[in-house]
Design a protein around this ligand. Structure first.
Ligand code: PLP
Length: 458
């Protein structure tokens, strides 16, 4: 433990750390909360205050903070081998983990390419799909279909297939162009506002089909966040959507890349979101939950068919020329293996259904609130969208930062949250107890009420 005072830690932070997705002028104006410990679903600050971790360490935490089983697996691995490389060497833990991932992945995925974060897992998927068609002698298939509101990471390739204007627009000149399909149920178009989102979804799919009819000959792959568009605002797709996308990709000979970085590892109630509709993508990107929130690790899974296209004589240059220094780090792989053991040992997926029901009941009660415009849930993910006018769904101006104010208020109730604009995100560790979940939702409800209905009392 550090024996520095909270004030000193705050000073070091403000003096030296540049925070992600943060207006630092605002950050510097106030002393930050400094987290020094974690315990189950809780974060503990440098003054000993406890906060329920409502965003699961930014969507990564599965079994709670500092779980003894994962802690021990990491400690054991540190004393065996901290890192070698997968460039020219095999390694114990990455081999065992790859076998395990293929066992639990949708049927038909058979190879694992490691990296160390969600953005790189996506970049690898894009590069793989691109190079695949070159090896097949169809270099004209070089473009990508992506979705409006999609988020696939912050590196240049991953941003190129992204569709959240507020993050991506400034970088547009740097990005490669994609063919953008409309987002699934957008909650904003006229059809959705008239409560006919199923028609909106049908029209989105019809538009996707038209895009494919026109462009399939030049398209390498389609990239989708299955079931839920995360950073775009927790936008939940209707039943059957990814199954239909899979059918269209197959029909038009387009590789389907499923970005399960946020939704993988139990988050939506099944091990992977694709499992829900028995979909096997051609390429699947995994990261956030893979080490249960412990260490950076990512994996891009693909099929034998894609892999085989890269086989050839060395001189043919069919090699997949890509690799990161910490690819398949053994300590991270040991954490991932220990996490998967816990999934089995604690029947985690089976036990999730009662928590998902409690979350749903609590959310249903909140739809009555005056400034709650929409509530979206998929498994243990929820997004509560706050609006200025419930009738017209007129949004709050994003510069009003109502979402941020609610999350600030929640700290008074012992809860840590991080919004997406004016969407309050609920993404607790999957190990959260029903009692903790109720505590979380009590605090969320009180905070929304205080900020949107009784701001004079704050
Ligand atoms: C977070 C996220 C990424 C990017 O992962 P990083 O580890 O932050 O690079 C990619 N895709 C989805 C769906 C994500 O939620």
């Amino acid at each position: 433990m550090s024996d520095l005072t909270t004030e000193t830690l705050q000073e070091y932070d403000r003096k030296y750390v540049w925070h992600p997705f943060t207006q630092m002028k605002e950050w510097e104006a106030e002393p930050p909360l400094v987290i020094s410990k974690g315990e189950g679903s809780w974060l503990i600050d440098s003054d000993g205050n406890r906060y329920l971790d409502g965003v699961g360490a930014i969507w990564t935490n599965v079994h709670g903070h500092c779980h003894p089983h994962i802690n021990n697996a990491i400690k054991e691995q540190v004393d065996r081998l901290e890192h070698s490389t997968l460039l020219g060497l095999a390694s114990e833990k990455p081999s065992i983990l790859a076998k395990k991932l293929i066992e639990i992945a949708p049927e038909g995925l058979s190879k694992v390419f490691y990296s160390d974060n969600g953005s790189t897992a996506v970049e690898i998927g894009i590069k793989m799909a691109f190079q695949y068609w070159r090896h097949l002698g169809r270099a004209e298939k070089s473009k990508f279909i992506s979705f409006k509101n999609a988020y696939h990471g912050d590196t240049v390739g991953a941003m190129s297939v992204g569709g959240v204007d507020i993050f991506h627009e400034v970088f547009r000149p740097l990005l490669f162009p994609t063919i953008q399909a409309p987002s699934t149920c957008c909650y904003r178009c006229e059809l959705c506002l008239e409560q006919d989102s199923s028609r909106c979804n049908r029209e989105c799919l019809a538009e996707l089909e038209r895009i494919m009819e026109t462009h399939a000959h030049e398209v390498a792959g389609l990239i989708i966040e299955p079931l839920v568009q995360g950073a775009g605002g927790m936008i939940v797709q209707p039943d059957g959507f990814i199954r239909r996308v899979r059918e269209l990709c197959s029909r038009f000979d387009i590789l389907m890349i499923a970005d399960e970085v946020a939704v993988g590892f139990g988050r939506t109630g099944t091990m992977f979101a694709c499992n829900r509709e028995s979909v096997t993508p051609d390429i699947m990107a995994l990261s956030k939950g893979i080490t249960a929130g412990y260490l950076p690790l990512a994996a891009t899974l693909t099929t034998q068919k894609v892999y085989d296209a890269f086989l050839g004589e060395y001189s043919e240059l069919k090699t997949f020329f890509h690799g990161h220094t910490f690819t398949g780090n053994p300590i991270a792989c040991a954490a991932a293996l220990a996490s998967l053991e816990l999934f089995e040992r604690e029947s985690l997926l089976k036990n999730l259904s009662s928590k998902i029901e409690v979350l749903q009941a609590r959310l249903n009660a909140m739809i009555e609130l005056k400034h709650v415009g929409d509530i979206r849930q998929c498994g243990m993910i929820a997004g509560i969208e706050l609006v200025r006018d419930k009738g017209t769904k007129e949004p709050y101006n994003w510069v009003d930062r109502v979402g941020m104010s609610v999350c600030r208020e929640a700290r008074k109730h012992g809860i840590f949250l991080r919004p997406l604009g004016n969407v309050i995100v609920i993404f607790p560790p999957l190990s959260v107890s029903i009692e903790e979940l109720n505590f979380l939702m009590d605090g969320v409800q009180k905070s929304i009420l205080a900020v949107t209905e009784h701001p004079e009392d704050i």
